[in-house]
Design a binder for this molecule. Structure first.
Ligand code: SF4
Ligand code: SF4
Length: 362
């Protein structure tokens, strides 16, 4: 991978370059309090783009897998039915996407494009997407209490699946440069701009040193036991009693799935529009009762814990990891931050590990 150096004062010019190339550029901004969000960059807000900030809860996966996506328009004209697909082929660049969310999009790639029949709607978004990853290096702003990308091997600096990666070389207030690493030919093409200069072995050494320090900042959380949970779930060692304990704490709000950058489930519905009907794809959640309800009303997973175990089986079982060559949990910690019942991924991993240990000790 080719690397260059860019000065801090020039970093936002990368967003300008992408806008000049015709991309709608999406970047992170600050709202009130802890609130942070991704939004389209305009001339008016360009200077407010944040390089370091707590990762927005609403994940950027919506730019490849929108929460509500029109699929088809169905109209009756002169007695005939006309069915027209609705494709969104906007060129978009996400500037400042975190490493966990890059891994989340890669997981969606595997799910929607990795098998015999690629999803054409997802494909249209994805082929027009450019990713500028910012490695998480700021201990105060980037690395949250709940982050555990170290355990899922997805951060704090992504190794692949981005077009360009920016790594802040500031250490102890010194250094006013970023290292830019190209992950694709499209990323490397940006290096033609004069804002990028050649790096030195000292720059590479500083990057390694900062990364080593940053890795020590992650709390040795319960997610250190991730592999124990994967083994217990994959071997079917988690008892109904444990799933019930987990399910009893779920309020069925769906928050964990809506914030998850690696959740893929959706439902399809129609809504009336002028002169016809529009078919939509909408995010769905295994936390919700209607997710598994069949026509006629029968629900094979009526109990909450039957749906909760589905979520964690999907994310932790060896079968899915083998099928998709990518895990459906990327360690972003969002589900831990939003869950009212404290059954985000780290807590569940710990509950499963404890239960599996108890079973072995008994
Ligand atoms: S966020 Fe927590 S309470 Fe809400 S659906 Fe998910 S597991 Fe249940
Ligand atoms: S399961 Fe939780 S921690 Fe894992 S990717 Fe989804 S929201 Fe993030």
């Amino acid at each position: 991978m080719k690397a260059r150096i860019v000065r801090r004062q020039d970093v936002l010019k990368i967003a300008d370059l992408l806008r000049q190339q015709g991309y709608e550029v999406i970047a992170p901004f600050r709202g009130r309090g802890r609130d942070t969000f991704f939004d389209t960059v305009t001339d008016g807000n360009r200077d407010q783009i944040q390089i370091h900030l707590p990762n927005p809860y609403y994940p950027p996966k919506r730019y490849v897998f929108p929460q509500i996506e029109p699929l088809l328009k169905i109209e009756r004209r002169n007695g005939d039915l006309q069915i027209a697909p609705i494709y969104d082929v906007r060129r978009r660049a996400i500037f400042g996407i975190r490493s966990c969310d890059v891994a989340g999009i890669y997981h969606l790639d595997r799910f929607y494009l990795g098998r015999e029949y690629p999803d054409i709607y997802y494909q249209n978004h994805r082929k027009n997407l450019f990713l500028v990853n910012v490695a998480c290096t700021d201990p105060e702003l980037d690395i949250g209490e709940e982050c555990f990308c170290m355990c899922t091997d997805t951060g704090p600096a992504a190794r692949d699946h981005f077009d360009l990666q920016l790594f802040d070389l500031q250490q102890a207030g010194l250094g006013d440069e970023f290292m830019a690493v190209a992950g694709t030919p499209a990323g490397e093409a940006l290096f033609a701009s004069p804002i990028f200069g050649k790096g030195s072995p000292q720059h590479a050494a500083r990057r390694r040193g900062i990364l080593e320090q940053v890795r020590k900042l992650f709390k040795p959380s319960t997610t250190s036991w991730f592999s124990a949970a994967i083994q217990a779930v994959s071997r079917g060692e988690v008892t109904d009693e444990t799933w019930e304990q987990i399910g009893n704490r779920c309020l069925e709000c769906g928050g964990c799935t809506y914030v998850c950058p690696a959740c893929t489930c959706f439902t399809v519905t129609d809504r009336p529009v002028e002169a016809g009907v529009e078919r939509l794809r909408i995010w769905d959640s295994c936390a919700l009762g209607g997710f598994t309800r069949m026509a006629g009303g029968f629900n094979p997973r009526r109990a909450v814990h039957d749906r909760r175990n589905r979520r964690f089986f999907r994310k932790l079982a060896h079968y899915f990891i083998q099928r998709e060559l990518s895990m459906a949990c990327v360690g972003c910690g969002r589900c831990a931050a939003v869950c009212h019942g404290d059954i985000g991924m780290p807590s569940v991993v710990e509950m499963i590990r404890h239960a599996a240990l108890r079973g072995k000790e008994a």
